[in-house]
Design a protein around this ligand. Structure first.
Ligand code: FES
Length: 64
């Protein structure tokens, strides 16, 4: 499914680029483009948060 119409970026491509990204700009840089209209920015920001949450779930706890 297309998330960013301006750059023809699909959800899977953006999700892959979101892993380890700190900002929305990081994600677009990794995809080799820049935001245009900005309508997709909240969705991309959510993907970064989702990727962070997933990474945090995978981190071992200090007490383990
Ligand atoms: S839809 Fe992504 S910049 Fe326009």
């Amino acid at each position: 499914m297309y998330i960013c119409i301006c750059n023809a970026l699909k959800d899977k491509e953006l999700a892959a680029a979101s892993g380890g990204a700190r900002t929305v700009a990081d994600v677009f840089r990794r995809c080799g483009c820049r935001p245009q209209c900005g309508k997709c920015l909240p969705d991309v920001a959510q993907m970064i948060e989702d990727a962070r949450a997933l990474e945090n779930d995978r981190l071992p706890l200090a007490a383990e």
